[in-house]
Design a protein around this ligand. Structure first.
Ligand code: TYM
Length: 332
């Protein structure tokens, strides 16, 4: 039986992944390894569309690899690699740029949000072409499924459109991927501002639960999470966004349903509930952080593992790129 292919990527833009990354995407990466052919990419070229800091990029790329392995990505079962080690991403990225319309690229909300922050005039061109490189990432591997959080939905839609356009115009070349967005954890919110998503680029780290943070720090962040009016532990995203977010986090990590948690905490206050959430989060992350720190002690080994992944990735990427060039009429 041919296994379905899974592809996803994450930017090495901070020292630690956060719980939003994990519950929205990485947990599915790990689970989908079973019975699927997983390609998981640390997208360092995408990270260059933001602030470029060479020492940090290297450190964060290695830390990303260590965290992914610690979270359960197996470099033997799956193909774990760094994007810049497979130049085919840039090559197919160009083809995608030649296929995408200026108008459709201008409608990407992540581009609009990010470029609006620093002023459109100073926004980098790489930020604009970012979604076409993302489409290339996915299409190079003929991926069937792309596990991501809700914020990536529009980019996956664009990828599907570009793949369909290419196939129609130049002949069957790319698999059209589906997104794999878990409803329950697709959007984990900031603990201090439960109306905004938990994000690496949030102004303050007080509402962001980081995998590499100390247990004490994460415990403190949860205990001081913003809560809502009333005292009942009930899931209601409109009226109780803070408590609902904590319920979603607890449920995703403990495996208990939201309804079971609501009954467990009936009659108890927010204080008791927050302590329970903090315990679940801290105990879940403790061994993961320890494993990542251990892996980071041997950088050469991590680099070797990534080279093996890149070699596997290049084999598949070469085949797709050759097919695309051939269908476009380039002379080989
Ligand atoms: P990135 O690096 O911002 O985030 C990695 C993954 O984490 C998810 N995520 C969240 N999910 C739920 N709640 C949150 N608060 C939250 N914050 C982040 C993201 O949806 C994502 O799945 N453009 C991508 C990287 C990328 C990519 C790709 C992804 C490049 N090429 C190809 C898939 C396929 C990004 O910036 O993810």
């Amino acid at each position: 039986m041919i296994m379905k292919r899974v592809f996803s990527g994450i930017q090495p833009t901070s020292d630690s992944f956060h719980l939003g990354n994990y519950l929205g995407a990485l947990k599915q990466w790990v689970e989908l390894q079973d019975g699927h052919d997983g390609f998981y990419c640390i997208v360092d070229l995408h990270a260059l569309s933001g602030e470029i800091e060479p020492t940090l990029l290297r450190k964060r790329t290695l830390s990303s690899a260590a965290q992914l392995i610690a979270l359960g990505i197996s470099p033997e079962t799956s193909t774990l690699f760094v994007q810049s080690q497979v130049p085919h991403h840039n090559q197919l990225g160009w083809l995608m740029e030649c296929l995408a319309g200026f108008g459709e690229a201008s409608r990407m909300t992540q581009f609009k949000d990010k470029s609006a922050k620093g002023g459109a005039e100073s926004a980098r061109v790489g930020l604009f072409t970012y979604p076409m490189l993302q489409a290339a990432d996915i299409l190079l591997y003929q991926a069937n499924l792309v596990p991501v959080g809700e914020d990536q939905r529009q980019h996956i839609e664009l990828t599907r459109d570009l793949a369909g356009r290419f196939n129609t115009r130049f002949g069957q070349t790319f698999t059209i991927p589906e997104n794999f967005i878990l409803k329950s954890a697709a959007k984990i919110q900031d603990l201090q501002d439960p109306f905004s998503k938990m994000s690496k680029s949030s102004g303050s780290s007080a509402g962001v639960l980081e995998i590499m943070d100390t247990p004490e720090s994460n415990m403190k962040k949860i205990k001081s999470a913003a809560t809502d009016a009333g005292r009942e532990v009930k899931f209601d995203e409109k009226e109780k966004p803070g408590i609902s977010n904590l319920l979603a986090i607890h449920s995703a990590l403990s495996g208990q349903t939201i309804t079971a948690l609501e009954s467990e905490f009936e009659g108890k206050g927010y204080g008791d509930f927050k302590i329970a959430v903090a315990d679940v989060v801290v105990e879940y992350l403790r061994p993961i952080r320890a494993k990542a720190l251990e892996l980071l002690e041997d950088e050469n080994h991590l680099v070797d593992l990534l080279h093996v992944g890149a070699a596997k990735a290049r084999t598949v990427a070469t085949e797709t790129l050759e097919k695309a060039y051939k269908n476009l009429g380039t002379v080989a």
